[in-house]
Design a binder for this molecule. Sequence first.
Ligand code: KIV
Length: 272
Amino acid sequence: MTTEYGKISKITTHVLQEMKLRGRKIAMLTAYDFSFAKILDAAEIDVILVGDSASNVMAGHTSTLPITLDQMIYHAASVMRGVSRALVVVDLPFGTYQGNSKNALFSAIRIMKESGADAVKMEGGSEIIESVERILSAGIPVMGHLGLTPQSIHKFGTYVVRATEEKEALKLREDARLLDEAGCFGIVLEKIPAKLAGIVTHEVKAPTIGIGAGSEVDGQVLVLHDMLGINTDFSPRFLRRYHNLNEEVRGAVLSYIRDVKAKDFPNKKEQY
Ligand code: KIV
């Protein structure tokens, strides 16, 4: 991105705030490993999220709950080795911040020290505000996450659109206000009505990043494996697929198998 200050060599939370003020949209994607992170960074993605969706797309679990702090740190450190420009945000995994703000700070410090990432993300509003404040007070930037919060799937029981009822919508707006006033540098809004996401976006100073939250937000995030079409089992309305990598990879693997079996690989030029 080029601004009046020239080309930006490192995206910071301050840059994201500037982008909101200037009406420039923020592009965020997930990554969990060095190779993809390097491609995303070279393409000048603004924010890379080392999401706990790694639990699903990397480890094959059916929810985000099983992934551990050590595993998140492993993914985050791998991503950091491929990134020089993007802001890297790491999810605090389930069980490492809820209910005890000292544990929350300890978990956040481990992520920052052991991976070298730029910030952490946490799901929830008033229920976790003490943890958010304690982490922020240690100088660690925090991104909030409201609406559909996958770590609470057993409480909600379903992945349907959240905050369609007045009461839940009001609670979400109040939670966004709390996170904003606490000093979160961004808030992910997942799977909520577009109108509500637009209202929240105007009510808070922090940039809002939507996933299934319409266009009236300050930026968008998608899970990399979903938008690349690696994972084809998941097709919510909000997901735009930019590629069909599943078919491409399968095609390449089939060609390789065929060449090996036909003794066509390696050929004379491919050996010593
Ligand atoms: O873990 C994740 O990938 C996320 C995004 C869906 C926002 O939290």
